[in-house]
Ligand binder design. Structure first.
Ligand code: ATP
Ligand code: MG
Length: 302
């Protein structure tokens, strides 16, 4: 019923971006997040399985008591920089909203953990309590919600590893406050999903990892993934600069994917730009050799 959804959406109030700790706030579904989802290539339908598990957990949480099945709605995505964690999390938020109906209209809020971590004593704890206890609680009362906690180790730092130099009492209390806030949200609102990402899973407080319903380590792309990422990037360049079309030949993509072993998705996409910065500085004149040479150098730099 699109009309009721629009009515729902119109009545939903989002927080202002820039309110302490809020990096982004929008209604879902969202077309640019949908494009983000399509742009990510993971092996073996890993994306599809991720979506299925999250959707199934939302349904379980809405019906089975928390005491029997303690699902927190927390998904932790780990992996090297540039493997697509943030992009796939945004895409997943969109897919969840398109897939799960019946809970109301979905919203998305991205938390800026750095804005919450403050050096002045007591402020981090207060900001975290304000964020979880008031802002996210108010949002969850309005309807289902996806929260992105990017670089979660900044907010939920392993308390056992805190040094005495860095204001540990405040950080300790802020972590406690974040955990209490997550527990409250999970128990009161089955329609809240928290997507957390980290390059440093070892630096995350184990109490968060324990609450995660799903921990997924995203690997660097396999050969098929590398080929798809290169193809997707080159196709976008060739749409604007048709001279780049020859790079889309199957043999070129095969060879390039082979040379790109070990590169993450971000490096792969950047490699196409570097190849375009050839001796003519003209993407119209980029050649397969430009791409191969770039990938060889990037591979050696690793
Ligand atoms: N598997 C992949 N398929 C397609 N594109 C990818 C993949 N992995 C990374 N990319 C691309 O690389 C870029 C960086 O991705 P993203 O910012 O999501 O990575 P990240 O894992 O969050 O990195 P960081 O840990 O540095 O924050 C994006 O443009 C994304 O599209
Ligand atoms: Mg990221």
């Amino acid at each position: 019923m699109p009309n009721s959804r629009h009515a729902d959406q119109a009545s939903r109030r989002l927080p202002d971006v820039g309110t302490v700790g809020v990096a982004d706030a929008r209604l879902l579904p969202n077309d640019s997040f949908e494009a983000a989802w399509s742009s990510i290539f993971f092996p073996d339908d890993a994306k599809g399985r991720l979506l299925q598990t999250v959707v199934s957990n939302i349904r379980l949480r809405a019906t089975v008591p928390f005491e029997a099945l303690p699902l927190h709605g927390v998904v932790l995505l780990t992996g090297r920089p540039g493997v697509g964690k943030t992009t796939v999390a945004r895409g997943l938020a969109d897919k969840i909203a398109r897939t799960v109906s019946g809970l109301g209209s979905w919203a998305f809020i991205e938390i800026d953990p750095h804005a919450l971590a403050s050096s002045s004593l007591g402020r981090s704890q207060r900001s975290v309590e304000e964020l979880f206890g008031r802002l996210l609680e108010e949002q969850a009362q309005q309807g289902p919600l996806v929260v992105l906690l990017d670089e979660v180790e900044t907010l939920l730092t392993d308390r056992a590893a805190l040094s005495m130099e860095a204001n540990p009492i405040d950080v300790h209390r802020a972590v406690d406050a974040a955990l209490v806030g997550l527990d409250r949200l999970a128990q009161r609102h089955p329609g809240v999903v928290v997507l957390a990402t980290s390059n440093f899973p070892g630096a995350i407080d184990p109490a968060l990892s324990s609450r995660a319903d799903l921990i997924i380590r995203i690997p660097v792309p396999d050969p098929r993934g590398r080929r798809l990422i290169l193809e997707h990037t080159i196709a976008a360049v060739a749409a604007a600069f048709p001279g780049a079309q020859p790079l889309l030949a199957a043999a070129v993509l095969d060879r390039a994917a082979q040379l790109a072993e070990g590169l993450d998705g971000r490096r792969l996409r950047k490699a196409v730009a570097v190849a375009c910065a050839n001796e003519h500085c003209d993407p119209e004149r980029v050649t397969p050799e430009d791409l191969y040479a770039t990938l060889r150098i990037m591979g050696e730099e690793q």
